[in-house]
Design a protein around this ligand. Sequence first.
Ligand SMILES: Cc1cc2nc3c(=O)[nH]c(=O)nc-3n(C[C@H](O)[C@H](O)[C@H](O)COP(=O)(O)OP(=O)(O)OC[C@H]3O[C@@H](n4cnc5c(N)ncnc54)[C@H](O)[C@@H]3O)c2cc1C
Length: 462
Amino acid sequence: MPTRYDCIVVGAGLSGLVAARNLQRAGHRVLVLEAQERLGGRMVGKTLPSGQWIDLGGQWVGPTQDRFLALLDEYGIRRFPFPTAGKKVLVFDGKRYEFDGFFEGFPEGEPPSVSPEEWQDAMAAWARFEALAKTLAPGHPRRDAHTQSLDRQTFAQWIDANTTTAFGHWYFAYMVRTVGFLGPAEPGQVSLLHVLWGHVCASQAEYPEAELIHGGAGQVPAKLAAELGQNLRLGEPVLRITQAEDSLEVETTKGRFMAQYAVVAMPPHLAGRIVYEPPLPPLRAQLTQRMPMGCCAKVLVAYDRPFWRNLGLAGLAIGNCPWIELCADSSDPETGVGVIAAFIVGDRYGRWQALGEGLDPAERRRQRQEAVLGDLASYFSPEALSPVFYEEADWPSHPWIGGGYAAFMPPGVWTSYGEALTAPVGRIYWAGTEMAERWPGFFDGAVRTGEAAAAAIHALLI
Ligand SMILES: Cc1cc2nc3c(=O)[nH]c(=O)nc-3n(C[C@H](O)[C@H](O)[C@H](O)COP(=O)(O)OP(=O)(O)OC[C@H]3O[C@@H](n4cnc5c(N)ncnc54)[C@H](O)[C@@H]3O)c2cc1C
């Protein structure tokens, strides 16, 4: 007789691994099925010959992300402060400013010396944005007249109506593209309601980038998987889930498995690729067609030392350069190597991906690298042109992820289909950072949804 599992978890990203581990710890028979030949989904790392690690997916953690912090503490994984000492850099419309402040989603400290009119424009709009965010009720947005009026608008419409200068306009567009607010998305693609909600439940004002992890976040999946032993099958995409009254059957490219329950732990658009029998309820099926992944490539560039510190710079730079709108020092003080993580987001990603189209892959890569290093030189100094290591994590090209950092809601989706986001369908439960009410889009949100799915199924099994 084939094993009949208590629960099959589909997807070995952070949310799926947490769900499976918790169920197994509670004494249930669990099987994890993962499409890729590796663990971790958007949580993936690599160690360089120098011993320095890099994270190709997520890397930062913040002080109020308590479920993810608890996981790190449980496995004895050490953290260190995100290095921010020194001047930050803004390059705006070709002019370079060094300043002591910070505005990753909210302004703090000394502002860059753009004109007072431009700064005031951005700050006045920021105050209106915060006031509007305060009108939302806690939790996932529910449909009412107020949320519907917000959900009808794109964030671009709000920006157009609330800023008058080029800098004010860019300030908000930059935030929705690069930091927080989920996505990243171009302002014209995302619902105003979604951006406001992201600001409430995953606020940059809570410093989600306060710390980095010694050895990288990419080490976490293997720790979770070690507890699962043989109950994890890699390279086995799930194709179909068939529910019966008292059980379900999960069909992969290599076999069929029976269980009482399933947790599908992945972004909604990937969950929508699986065939369900009976078919998903129409609202859920529609939702999975309407939550695109953000558009982001992450580039890791290593130098033999963090040269920017000798220039008095923090290694944190933002601006409307052609390719890189945000880059940050990601060097582990225990290795001495300098590492910059740089993000190519939104429409910039499409232009960057198309560089050298039609040429051979090596030349295309050379052109993409030249583009990235050119921007880093604009932010820091020409020393940026001579890295010892360069790697691209091209998430939109990834067949089993499809983008990053996370999925977002275009206009109208929250208020028409949002109720289907987390509702179980028969014996199928949903996990994944996109489903979280707190810290969606982050590791912490993934942990929370994995824990919640495991708790719900445990309650049914005992
Ligand atoms: C570039 C980048 C930077 C980020 N930065 C940060 C950060 O600094 N801090 C932070 O907190 N978060 C960050 N994030 C977000 C964080 O990585 C994610 O929120 C988290 O890892 C998501 O975990 P998950 O389990 O929800 O989904 P995923 O990691 O996407 O896992 C889903 C899994 O399901 C598998 N799968 C898909 N389809 C099937 C199928 N049919 N059958 C079987 N398996 C399937 C996939 O292969 C994948 O392994 C970043 C993400 C990216 C991409």
